[in-house]
Design a protein around this ligand. Structure first.
Ligand SMILES: Nc1ncnc2c1ncn2[C@@H]1O[C@H](COP(=O)(O)OS(=O)(=O)O)[C@@H](OP(=O)(O)O)[C@H]1O
Length: 403
């Protein structure tokens, strides 16, 4: 069985094997590492028992007669109690070999500013339940409706969403796989895809490399974009209100950091001479979608990335949700009559099968600072973003009303 597994499954690596006798039955244990669970199903019939811990898969063959069994020959497989004894032995074996596994994997890791890069096991099973790291990640953009997309998708029966931003790949990568996995929803269904959203992922150059190295080679990315000027205004208003509420606005303005804001929207997005756009500011950079996308395309195939239009998502969510269904191969679920447009803010709420409006930051409308915006500033931003928007449209093969 072992040779056949190795021959047919080039993704399998043996890291240990041994013989043992239980009564008169000779048992051979193999400890194999596999990157994917799916491929293992093909071999499942050969295997008397398997266990999964991190990415260690353990397979047990009894008397090496499993290949005979596949060919339909009769075998003298001993009763279930033998297997139970083996299970206990193997659990011990797994514990003893974990430290060895860790060090053998480290040889293929990259360290340095990227952190340890290693393919994460997709799911872990405990007490009949399963947790899986994401199949799909919504990587941004800030203030374009990524949260609305996530919350609506979570109503789909095949989706298990992480409601809070984990920031694992941009801020918590050194916390490691188990920390990340424990943030994932528990699911008992085989059919569910796990989805995570952190709106700042798209901005960091390390994230595409880390996500590509850690998640399944089949993982998918969703990038929600929107009118970059509207986005910048929303971002500015959010930060202004946030810092004012926390009493740190004056300090933020004084610090003049690239990710901070200044007293006015114009002074934040323009250079000191007021004649050109300051592209070193986060608030400007966060709307330059095409250059950002290049970093992701260095790691991922174009087919693995879906661009969603956040402006359309606000007014006609079903249209964008259907694109997502198609992209991640979900059963059709979302229709126009699931949603209703709220005339007060021009944003859609779900009305069925559940009533759900996406919660916006808890700042009372009366306290909300709406930035003053000069016509010239908008014109400068328009010309600045135009080539990036054009490139994005070419990439998507789709026109956006705001581009
Ligand atoms: N259906 C629905 N409900 C609520 N909000 C919606 C919806 N569709 C899109 N949007 C837009 O989402 C904007 C906030 O974006 P995000 O949730 O992605 O912001 S964040 O980056 O995660 O903080 C938010 O921007 P602001 O209104 O300026 O706050 C909305 O315009």
């Amino acid at each position: 069985m072992h040779d056949r597994l190795i021959q047919e499954g080039s993704h399998l690596k043996t890291i240990g094997q041994g013989d043992s006798h239980v009564g008169s039955t000779r048992c051979r244990l193999y400890v194999l590492i596999s990157e994917t669970y799916e491929k293992m199903y093909r071999y499942y019939r050969d295997i008397r028992w398997q266990a999964i811990l991190d990415n260690i898969k353990i397979f047990v063959s009894v008397n090496d007669k499993s290949t005979d069994r596949l060919k339909g020959r009769n075998t003298n497989i001993r009763p279930v109690y033998i297997m139970m004894v083996l299970v206990l032995g193997i659990v011990l074996f797994m514990i003893l070999t974990r430290s060895h596994l860790a060090s053998s994997e480290i040889s293929s890791m990259s360290t340095g500013t990227l952190g340890k890069l290693v393919k994460f096991p997709h799911c872990q099973f405990t007490a009949g339940a399963k947790r899986c790291i994401p199949d799909v990640i919504i990587i941004g953009a800030i203030k374009c409706g990524a949260q609305a997309l996530l919350e609506f998708l979570d109503v789909h029966p095949q989706i298990a969403a992480v409601r809070l931003e984990t920031h694992f790949f941009d801020k918590g990568f050194d916390k490691g796989y188990n920390w990340y996995l424990n943030l994932m929803p528990i699911s008992s269904s085989k059919d569910k895809r796990t989805i995570e959203k952190t709106s700042t992922y798209y901005l960091s150059e390390e994230n595409p490399i880390r996500i590509h190295a850690s998640l399944s080679e089949h993982c998918k990315l969703i990038f929600v974009v929107c009118d970059p000027i509207q986005r910048a205004l929303s971002h500015y208003a959010y930060m202004f209100n946030f810092y004012r509420k926390s009493g740190t606005l004056a300090k933020i303005i004084e610090d003049n950091r690239y990710d901070g804001i200044l007293k006015t929207f114009g002074s934040t997005v323009l250079n000191l001479d007021q004649q050109s756009v300051n592209e070193t500011r986060l608030i400007v950079k966060a709307g330059m979608y095409a250059p950002v996308l290049h970093k992701w395309l260095d790691q991922f195939d174009k087919k693995q990335i879906l661009i969603v239009d956040g402006n359309t998502l606000a007014s006609s969510p079903a249209k964008e949700l259907q694109l997502v269904e198609n992209f991640i191969a979900l059963k059709p679920f979302f229709r126009d009559d699931n949603f209703q447009l709220n005339q007060a803010n021009n944003l859609s709420c779900m009305v069925k099968p559940v009533e759900h409006c996406v919660t916006l930051p808890s700042i009372a409308p009366t306290d909300m600072h709406v930035p003053d915006v000069e016509y010239e500033v908008i014109q400068m931003l328009k010309s600045f973003y135009m080539p990036f928007n054009k490139e994005l449209q070419e990439f998507c093969g789709r026109l956006f009303s705001w581009a």
